[in-house]
Design a protein around this ligand. Structure first.
Ligand code: HEM
Length: 140
């Protein structure tokens, strides 16, 4: 028996609810970063106002999840790793970013299977963003 083809064809963008779904996830992510004491250190490396961060992550995720590539239209190639160089990102920052995103996915009640797939993809990108050696880590 064949598996349903409709679910296979849908992009993560569509499964998340399209434009309003992506925006709501990003807004919740930055609301949590602003509100929750456990993300205070992560919050502190961001600009004073998160308005620009919200727009950029929303534009980026729209394309990254298979929807309109709004980030690329505005800024060209994302060069995400390079754009994160100004911010010291180690294991603690990576893990805080992931925890904040996981909480946003949970609170938006994203379908568990979709949430699992998204977290896997986010985790790969977040780890790639690390640019600071951990104390005691050998560098040679
Ligand atoms: C690993 C932990 C991460 C930390 C600590 C972090 C932190 C930051 C900071 C401080 C900024 C600057 C915000 C601003 O300019 O308003 C930024 C920008 C951005 N981040 Fe991250 N980020 C992380 C992971 C990620 C991941 C996993 C993604 C995508 C899936 C992402 C996507 C972006 C985008 C698209 C921008 C805007 C880049 C630009 O145009 O300047 N970040 N991030």
């Amino acid at each position: 028996m064949n598996a349903p083809t409709q679910a296979q064809a849908a992009t993560p963008y569509e499964l998340l609810g399209g434009d309003p779904g992506v925006r709501a996830l990003v807004d919740r992510f930055y609301d949590l970063m602003d509100l929750e004491p456990r993300y205070a250190q992560l919050r502190s490396i961001h600009p004073t106002t998160l308005d620009g961060s919200r727009d950029k992550l929303y534009w980026f995720l729209s394309g990254w999840l298979g929807g309109p590539d709004m980030y690329q239209q505005r800024f060209g190639h994302p060069r995400l790793r390079m754009r994160h160089f100004p911010y010291a990102i180690g294991i603690a920052e990576r893990d805080a970013w992931m925890a904040c995103m996981r909480q946003a996915l949970d609170e938006q009640q994203v379908d568990p299977e979709l949430s699992r797939r998204l977290q896997e993809a986010f985790a790969g990108t977040a780890d790639w963003m690390r640019n600071r050696a951990e104390p005691g880590q050998q560098t040679g």
